[in-house]
Design a protein around this ligand. Structure first.
Ligand code: AVJ
Ligand code: FE
Length: 434
């Protein structure tokens, strides 16, 4: 049940994270553009406040605008990311004051609100949507932190490690048949996750764990980046133009591979899932391994279908919300945990680490489900359907639990790798004995 206390806690958690990400660097870093792919951090901050003002203060609350004059400046569709540093943006102090003022008004709107009475207010949907929106931008800001040069400013405890080395080169065979994909009942599911619908998925095999750095290095050592036949046509031309030779942020020192992680150089850790690879690299790896990437419906069936009841669960482990023993989410750590670190988070079929650690590329284009209807605004999903996007699933160590579910769909261009993207492989098993 969605309560005002729950809304207060998810909004507060999002704001604490936004503050951590923006208070940990100086004003110069906040207004700088650390990559043409990213906005200045101060743009994200004010945009977070502006969306909150539009949906919660003005729409749900029916209150007077805080600032009518800035909507266009912080409209993601009016100004592409690369042009945002040139805009007459609020400075850091103004942006901080703005988001504080908006939040004060939101507490007033929330106070005594029945969380019903309109589709936006029902079950606190708009509040949940805005908490997810802030957390999505927080993950984007975390990616900006990874791109920025300079000393480390973020600190977090190391990821858990059970110590043993599980056999990681294993797969789970999923029997063919229908399962229910998407949801019509999850109160804060976004429009593209709806409605629930039956999908018939033929039998397939899926890796038990995400592909690790060790496996990825085997692909590299076997000439993976040089062998044309492993790449799709688009993948190969991108690999040549961009001169890809390793995951982003990796460096070769003449003896071994290192990686830069939030300002610290460290040896590549073999047992962790590979991160910062593009769709095209994932696709080439899969071909090298004699496999392929899973489709989006295969991924979701592996994650949600419970072979005992035949139901689809909210999460791999069941219907209970994520916790620290089940998934590496919420920027609790600054990277993915080793394969096997979350046995309690395994799915009904025994597939591990589907939620958290790294976003997983699927082979599917971003398309609407049958019966889709845009809500509450076309610019969240609808305008992206059918574009040059591949779906990613499962969330990363930088995704908050409020913005992560078994049904949650993310998407990006297949060349992108500044996001916390990894993958696992699948393969056809039809005709084989399950
Ligand atoms: C769902 C992560 C692709 O960041 O572009 C943020 C989320 N939409 N503000 C993005 C989003 C509007 C979106 N992704
Ligand atoms: Fe946004």
């Amino acid at each position: 049940m969605v309560t005002r206390a729950l809304i207060e806690s998810v909004l507060t958690r999002a704001r604490e994270r936004s503050r951590l990400l923006t208070d940990s660097v100086d004003d110069g870093d906040l207004v700088a553009q650390h990559s043409p792919l990213m906005s200045p951090l101060v743009w994200d901050l004010a945009h977070i406040g502006n969306q909150e003002e539009l949906w919660l203060v003005r729409d749900v609350g029916g209150r007077e605008p805080v600032r009518v004059d800035i909507d266009a400046l912080y409209d993601a569709f009016e100004h592409p990311r690369s042009t945002r540093p040139q805009l007459p943006l609020m400075d850091p102090a103004q942006a901080r004051a703005y988001v504080r003022t908006v939040r004060e008004k939101v507490w007033d709107v929330l106070d005594g609100h029945p969380l019903a009475g309109s589709p936006l207010a029902e079950n606190g949907f708009a509040f949940g949507m805005i908490a997810q929106h802030e957390q999505q931008h927080d993950e984007t800001m975390l990616a900006t932190h990874q791109l920025r040069s300079g000393d480390a400013v973020l600190v977090a405890p190391e990821t858990p490690d059970l110590g043993g080395t599980p056999e990681i080169d294993t797969e789970v065979v999923v029997p063919g048949g229908e399962f229910v994909m998407g949801t019509s009942v999850e109160p804060w599911a976004l429009d593209n996750e709806r409605p629930a619908h039956a999908v018939d998925v033929p039998s397939f095999g899926i890796d038990t764990f995400p592909v690790t750095n060790e496996r990825y290095l085997a692909f590299m050592d076997d000439g993976g980046y040089e062998r044309r036949e492993l790449w799709s046509e688009r993948g190969w031309s991108h690999r040549r133009e961009a001169e890809l030779a390793a995951p982003q942020f990796w460096e070769w020192d003449g003896k071994s591979w290192w990686r830069r992680r939030f300002g610290t150089m460290e040896p590549v850790r073999l047992r962790e899932p590979v991160v910062h690879v593009s769709y095209f690299e994932a696709e080439a790896f899969a071909r090298w391994a004699g496999k392929r990437l899973p489709t989006e419906s295969e991924w979701e069936k592996a994650a949600r279908w419970d072979p005992r009841s035949g139901r689809s669960r909210r999460y791999p482990w069941g219907d209970e919300d994520p916790d620290d023993t089940r998934a590496n989410l919420g920027q609790r750590h600054l990277g993915p945990a080793v394969a096997g670190a979350y046995p309690a988070g395994a799915s009904g079929l025994g597939v591990h680490q589907l939620i958290g650690d790294v976003w997983e590329w699927t082979s599917s284009d971003f398309l609407p489900y049958p019966g889709f209807s845009a809500f509450p605004y076309r610019e969240y999903s609808d305008v992206f359907f059918g574009g040059d996007y591949k779906v990613l699933r499962g969330g990363s160590f930088g995704t908050d639990a409020v913005a992560c579910r078994g049904t949650f769909r993310n998407w990006d261009h297949p060349i992108r790798r500044q996001i916390f993207s990894g993958f696992r492989c699948a393969r056809d098993v039809q005709g084989e004995q399950a």
